[in-house]
Design a protein around this ligand. Structure first.
Ligand code: NCD
Length: 307
């Protein structure tokens, strides 16, 4: 019988148990890197990026190389692949699947990962689908939260900035809602509010959602403050007026406990002041580094059909 292909498309495909399995494997990969250095020997991973990326592409490629896989890559697929000539996602994926054992794809279309998975004969790993989802980022985010908080139940997490277009937030809140007694605060200006479908998802998952408009409305004992960049590239044609962004700095963070950790998927522009970088509560660099073990675990599990 043909084995089912193990794609990574959306955050809601994961359960608490499957996340735990991935975290255990990622921990083991950190502790015993040599054990896995040939796990994907003779396999080839393709990275197809139709949008800019630093961390996601480089950490996926580091992950593949650390597992002994070879890489084929189009860094600027939006301008340097046959999409420019009018090729569809379907054709690109069907062809690339004949060259590689897994395809990591970032694309501006919110449905891109699903479209790719429908036609691919090898696993698709969604590295960001427009303003929709970014599931592998959410996994490394929850892995990072677990490292600082240990217990993923009873968390109070604020997501802030561009909740409307921020795909990292959309995937993260879905994963957090798997745990007991989760409260999500959404800090944003009116235009950037969390879309209703994600609020409905949280309510259905029995997580609490509390929209706020100022840092002062957040509890002092907040566990995580997850800030994001305004996704300017997503709403070029909509009138928004002046964007009054929330800036996290030492002053703002004085009102939070010494256990309120600040995360950000990066890149940041100016929404977290560099002055805050040396505060022990600033964990965004650690978070970015966690992309490697998590993506190693995901690549290995996808290619070995072992979710
Ligand atoms: C994010 C993305 O691409 O969605 N970056 C990332 O993958 N770490 C966030 C962003 O671009 O603002």
């Amino acid at each position: 019988m043909k084995k089912e292909i193990r794609h990574v498309i959306k955050a809601d495909q994961f359960t608490k148990e499957s996340l735990e399995e991935i975290f255990i494997l990622a921990d083991d990969m950190v502790a015993n890197p040599d054990k896995y250095s040939e796990s994907l020997k003779k396999k080839i991973v393709a990275t197809l990026f139709y949008e800019p990326s630093t961390r996601t592409r480089l950490s996926f490629e580091t992950a593949a190389l650390q597992l002994g896989a070879g890489l084929i890559s189009t860094e600027n697929a939006g301008t340097a692949s046959s999409e420019v000539k009018g090729e569809t996602i379907k054709d690109t994926i069907e062809v690339t699947a004949g060259y590689a054992d897994a395809i990591v794809m970032r694309h501006p279309n919110v449905d891109s990962a699903e479209i790719a998975a429908r036609v691919s004969s090898v696993p698709i790993l969604n590295a960001g689908s427009g303003s929709g989802e970014h599931p592998t980022q959410a996994l490394l985010d929850v892995y990072t939260i677990k490292q600082v908080k240990e217990d993923l139940n009873n968390l109070k997490v604020a997501v802030s900035g561009d909740l409307k277009h921020g795909r990292t937030i959309h995937s993260l809140i879905k994963l957090l809602s798997l745990y007991d007694n989760t409260t999500i605060y959404g800090l944003s200006r009116a235009f950037f509010r969390l879309p209703q479908k994600y609020i409905d998802y949280l309510i259905e998952s029995e997580a609490k959602y509390i929209p706020v408009s100022q840092f002062e409305e957040l509890p002092n004992d907040l566990d995580i403050l997850y800030h994001t960049r305004t996704q300017l590239e997503r709403f070029k044609n909509e009138a928004t007026g002046v964007i009054d962004e929330y800036i996290i700095n030492n002053d703002v963070m004085k009102s939070f406990s010494n256990q309120t950790y600040v995360m950000h998927p990066l890149p940041r522009v100016k929404e977290i002041s560099e002055d805050f970088d040396n505060d022990p509560r600033a964990i965004y660099i650690k978070q970015a580094h966690n992309g490697v073990p998590i993506r190693k675990a995901l690549l290995l599990k996808s290619i070995n059909h072992s979710y």
